[in-house]
Write a protein that binds this ligand. Structure first.
Ligand code: NAD
Length: 335
């Protein structure tokens, strides 16, 4: 049978991006919605043929424990709410798929992992790049030595944040600025392209605090990761320009993606001996969203740890905390 998902938060990502993807899933279906807006929630439920009993508010979310139709809770809320809803979902006996960033502190990530472990439920983070054909092919090529010994990775992610009132710019809801939102992609890329865990980070921040968007959170953050092999990653995120790029350089060639981690339209090149060529990955049209939803459903069915588990989200938030500390203190932080 297809596993039932409850989508928590009918905002842009939950409603516009995720819900339509169930139509193409093999193992996943929409089973419930959780929202603070009862009119919107009832409308979405009706559009998708859900029983009105499968509509929840944040206040009565815990009743979801009594709904056997819901196997997995997908948390699509502002970052500071990820921990609370993941833990409540686990206590209700549900598996959890939680959006990135996993949470806004290491302590929260640890509490989420502990809650899911205690409930014997799986926890996955919405790292869709691990299901995106170009990124998967780039990882495969990097691992099989297509670029030779990996020496350097660069990754930049950003978009122009317009509305000064957006929750992404309110520290209590976002946990931080561009690093929490887009920098996570650059950090992930540095880790999955090298296949290594960083041992040190050096970061610096540049934010115009007179700009009404940036009274609480950072605009640009730029950081260097050092890896045990000697490889270096130079990463960046920003809220004042659009960018979406991953570059890997080895001693025999390069792998480049631009755009690298968009919802669609990603492109990839490899270069060796001075010759650049565009790469069409196998199954280039396979949906990263469907891949992600069905992977979680299969992991829930077989009680197997997802390839991007809570432990993977926690690794990133540990590094995020080190990046902020390095930028604040103006020195290299060992990991
Ligand atoms: P959004 O603002 O469009 O939606 C947020 C939802 O949370 C809304 O339905 C809003 O009503 C609800 N909400 C509940 N309490 C709230 C509060 N106190 N303040 C603000 N909103 C509140 O945001 P979004 O873009 O859908 O992002 C939601 C999550 O999804 C974030 O964690 C974000 O990082 C993640 N996201 C991931 C991707 C991806 O590609 N993986 C893309 C976009 C967003």
């Amino acid at each position: 049978r297809k596993l039932g998902y409850a989508i928590v938060g009918l905002g842009y990502y939950g409603l516009k991006v995720i819900i339509p993807k169930f139509a193409d899933c093999e193992h996943s279906r929409l089973a419930a919605v959780v929202s603070g807006d009862p009119i919107k929630a009832r409308r979405v439920a009706a559009e998708h043929g859900l029983d009105p009993k499968s509509v929840y508010s944040y206040a009565d979310f815990d009743r979801i424990r009594d709904n056997p139709d819901v196997d997995i809770v997908y948390v699509c809320l502002p970052n500071s709410m990820h921990a609370e809803y993941t833990i409540r979902a686990a206590k209700a006996g549900k598996h959890v798929l939680c959006e990135k960033p996993m949470a806004i502190s290491v302590a929260e990530c640890e509490a989420m992992i502990a809650a899911c472990r205690r409930a014997n439920r799986q926890l996955m983070i919405g790292y869709r790049s691990h299901f995106e054909p170009h990124n998967l092919e780039a990882m495969r090529l990097a691992r099989t030595g297509a670029a030779g010994k990996i020496r350097y990775v660069r990754s930049e992610h950003g978009f122009v944040q317009g509305d000064p009132q957006a929750w992404r710019l309110k520290k209590a809801l976002s946990g931080g600025g561009s690093l929490m939102d887009m920098g996570i992609y650059s950090l992930q890329a540095a880790r999955y392209m090298t296949g290594e865990e960083p041992i040190a980070v050096t970061a610096r921040e540049s934010t115009d605090r007179r700009d009404p968007r940036f009274t609480e959170v950072e605009d640009i953050i730029d950081w260097t990761l050092e890896f045990p092999s000697g490889a270096i990653a130079s990463c960046q995120s920003m809220y004042s320009a659009n960018q979406n790029h991953i570059l890997l350089m080895g001693d025999k060639g390069r792998i480049e993606l631009e755009p690298a981690t968009r919802y669609d339209g990603n492109q990839m090149w490899t270069g060796r001996d001075g010759r650049e060529q565009q790469v069409q990955p196998p199954s280039a049209n396979r949906s990263q969203f469907v891949g992600q939803l069905d992977h979680m459903a299969e992991c829930a069915t077989t009680n197997r740890e997802p390839i991007v588990s809570g432990a993977e989200g926690l690794r990133d938030i540990r590094i995020v905390e080190a990046i902020y500390r390095s930028a604040r203190e103006g020195k290299t932080v060992r990991l």
